[in-house]
Design a protein around this ligand. Structure first.
Ligand code: NAD
Length: 551
């Protein structure tokens, strides 16, 4: 395996450098470089600056007919020239985010068999059992700082897509680089192929994964065990982010590994932190305290329970007893209100069960419980109906409504519904993006609780502090740091999160705060640089071309 810094010293020449996306500059190679690297004649004579190259990319990007075409175009650029790709993505982050990540990446995964051109990342299948170390050894870069891994069983809201889920680790790692400056050569996307239960894929002759049913039980667990042990051995510095595993496995595997590996689950912990940050920021709008809130979660799955647990931690840090904090959270699942008399509750739900009559209708629940905050994590589109929202608005001057289910069609209500039915009084956040809404001569900007505000910064903070495990306290720190980022002007317009063009600043601040917290709590196994702020800034990858004549 090669260290990439080493590779820079032994630069490939001629067509080889043009084919290496981490080194290629395309039409930007200077005259001197063309002479030195044997490129003369292999490129058209005109030399373009990085900025001009970007302008050309954007012109072509806008000429594409649809978002999937734009995605394919950007991935092809990433495969050709990563510096130009990241320069463009960072400069145009608001336009690029929905293309290189949700929602377009979902469509890309669905069409993966057809749009697959060049492999990116590692595929490790159950046929590789006992041999995972060799597969990891085939990765060309020896220094890996972040791994995003999926087994493709629950890709976004699209279900089991098997190896077609590879678009997710690839996309998430692009965001690590764009938002937190993790060097692209140190990012490793991995898809574990444990089969698929998607009958369409099982019958599709073009499907690129194993055409067999998913492994489960002990066999599945020992495969994941081997994966974790081997990754920790081959890439001991890597953060391992679990992504889009089925809910039953996600929480279970997190519990199993979180105290022994440098790992976290973004669907659980990233979601919890971004939602909690939104709640903390809402308190600035209402001038209330988090400890005085009563929350109703509509949906008691991975996301909801994760948010509630981090909310409980936030309250405990303020000195509120655990049982009191738990009592402030009410859950509703497909069986209705989560109450002690129910016999069908998992242990996680039982922790939040109340001694209360078993109500089933949401409106009746809101009427009876009188929450200050209503959080939708049910995947049930339009379940926050007008009567539900009007009831909530009856006893709250500024009702807090988070409709977090994705995609847009599954959102519990739209931004427009939340604002109109409360006459502009609602504080609203959603999982999917919504356009701004004009109410009473005021333009309100709905907030999108996108996990991208959290995971890149946490990852960078963990890498810097070298903490061997990633405690929930670090996500609490990330939430607090994020919530400090919203300006008075943002708040006035309904925005609970900073605009995306500040994402590198946000990620840097989170990384610094996380590294400091890890050090304070003695989680860190290294002492932090004395000038941490400057160190973090300097280690963030900046997509500008290296002058190879000086290397
Ligand atoms: P999950 O399947 O684990 O949980 C869904 C929950 O909804 C379950 O408790 C289920 O009982 C409940 N439910 C289903 N039908 C219901 C009904 N009719 N009434 C009441 N409850 C009902 O799913 P999850 O992983 O927790 O995700 C839930 C939603 O949150 C998804 O739509 C996902 O897209 C979204 N999400 C958003 C973000 C974000 O915005 N950053 C992050 C993660 C998940």
């Amino acid at each position: 395996m090669t260290d990439y810094n080493q590779l820079l010293k032994t630069l490939p020449h001629g067509s080889k450098i043009l084919q290496d996306p981490l080194l290629n500059k395309g039409t930007s190679f200077s005259d001197a470089e063309r002479n030195q690297l044997g490129l003369r004649g292999l490129l058209p004579p005109r030399i373009l600056s990085l900025e001009t190259q970007k302008e050309k990319i954007m012109e072509n990007f806008y000429a594409k007919d649809n978002d999937l075409e734009k995605y394919i175009y950007m991935i092809a650029l990433q495969d050709r020239n990563e510096t130009l790709f990241y320069h463009t993505v960072i400069d145009e982050i608001e336009i690029m985010m929905p293309i290189i990540y949700t929602p377009t990446v979902g469509q890309a995964c669905q069409e993966y068999d057809h749009i697959f051109r060049r492999p990116r990342g590692l595929y490790i299948s159950i046929q590789d059992r006992g041999n995972i170390k060799t597969i990891l050894g085939n990765w060309p870069n020896s220094q890996v700082e972040v791994i995003v891994v999926t087994d493709g069983e629950r890709i976004l809201g699209l279900g089991d897509l098997g190896v077609n889920g590879m678009g997710i680790p690839v996309g998430k790692l692009s965001l690590y680089t764009a938002c937190a400056g993790i060097n692209p050569s140190r990012c490793l996307p991995i898809t574990l192929d444990v089969g698929t239960n998607n009958t369409t894929l099982l019958k599709n002759s073009l499907y690129l994964g194993l055409q067999q049913e998913r492994l489960h039980g002990n066999e599945y667990d020992s495969f994941i065990d081997e994966f974790m042990e081997t990754v920790a051995e081959v890439f001991p510095d890597a953060v391992i982010q679990f992504e889009d595993f089925a809910n039953a496995n996600a929480a279970r595997l997190l519990k199993k590994y979180q105290d022994s590996y440098r790992t976290f689950n973004d669907d659980i912990q990233g979601t919890a932190a971004v939602a909690l940050a939104g709640l903390m920021t809402s308190m600035k709008v209402t001038s209330q305290a988090l400890e005085d809130q009563k929350l109703v979660f509509y949906g008691a799955g991975t996301a909801g329970i994760g948010i509630a647990k981090l909310f409980v931690q936030a309250l405990m840090e303020k000195g509120i007893p655990k049982n009191v904090a738990y009592n402030q959270c009410w859950f509703v699942d497909s069986g209705g209100l989560v109450v002690k008399s129910r016999e069908d509750l998992s242990a996680d739900k039982m922790d939040f069960a109340h001694d209360h009559q078993h109500l089933k209708k949401l409106q009746e629940i809101v009427e009876t419980v009188e929450p200050t905050i209503l959080i939708g994590v049910s995947g049930q589109g339009n379940s926050f109906t007008q009567p539900v929202i009007e009831t909530l608005a009856r006893f709250n001057d500024q009702p807090i409504i988070f409709a977090l289910s994705n995609p847009t069609s599954k959102s519990e209500c739209s931004a427009e519904d939340a604002y109109r039915w409360t006459n502009g009084r609602a504080i609203f956040a959603s999982g999917s993006p919504f356009e701004s809404v004009q109410i009473n001569d005021k333009s309100l900007i709905p907030s999108q609780g996108n996990n991208v505000y959290i995971f890149p910064g946490v990852g960078l903070g963990v890498i810097i502090s070298k903490t061997p495990v990633i405690k929930d306290s670090l996500f609490l720190t990330a939430a607090k740091t994020l919530s400090e980022f919203t300006s008075a002007e943002d708040l006035d317009r309904g925005r609970l999160y900073p605009p995306l063009h500040q994402i590198r600043e946000v990620s840097r601040a989170i990384a610094i705060a996380v590294a400091k917290k890890a050090s304070q709590d003695n989680l860190s196994v290294t002492s932090l640089p004395s000038d941490l702020e400057h160190y973090v800034f300097s280690r963030m990858y900046d997509p500008i071309y290296t002058d190879y004549t000086t290397v």
